[in-house]
Design a protein around this ligand. Structure first.
Ligand code: SF4
Length: 167
């Protein structure tokens, strides 16, 4: 079983006397899912399960994704969800307990809908908003010219922002 460097680093936080047992448990669980590489998401998931067993369960991470209104005309968002479901690319650090609670478009330039919808998401306990990769890439359409304003507006509301989803 291979381990990604970040996953190994996370494993090092486990107290030494139970580390090899934890490592074995994680590898067994990853193997049962048909994988042969341990990611940081796998380690975090195991940590969450362990905390739950001790009655010290942490609150689930609630994620929202905002994407480009223009690109949404041609993109149903499958790649964003695939990346989240497989905990890949910009979703790699989340454990299995994380959930997407919102997936919305900016409402058109200059992102007029974001302010209102982040307010609404706050009522549902959103922890982090991902700016979709379509807002950040130059691929057949230009990078969003309003990205910095949108990002700062979300941060000012006290919500963490991560740039990117599947790229
Ligand atoms: S503000 Fe940015 S993300 Fe929204 S429609 Fe305009 S270019 Fe796309």
């Amino acid at each position: 079983m291979e381990w990604e460097p970040e996953a190994l680093k996370e494993l090092e936080k486990v107290p030494e006397h139970i580390r090899s047992m934890a490592k074995m448990g994680i590898e067994t669980s990853v193997g049962k899912r048909g994988k042969n590489i341990v990611t940081i998401g796998d380690v975090k998931e195991a940590q969450a399960q362990f905390r739950a067993l001790l009655g010290k369960d942490e609150k689930t991470t609630k994620i929202a994704v905002v994407r480009c209104d223009i690109v949404s005309e041609t993109c149903p968002g499958v790649a964003c969800f695939k990346a989240f479901n497989k905990r890949k690319v910009h979703f790699e650090e989340y454990g299995r307990d994380a959930e997407i609670i919102g997936f919305f478009t900016c409402g058109g330039c200059p992102g007029r809908r974001v302010f209102r919808l982040v307010d609404s998401l706050l009522k549902h306990g959103v922890d982090v908003v991902h700016l979709s990769s379509c807002m950040l890439m130059e691929r057949g359409y230009p990078k969003c010219p309003h990205i910095d304003e949108i990002k700062q507006m979300i941060i000012k509301k006290g919500v963490k922002v991560i740039e990117g989803t599947h790229h």
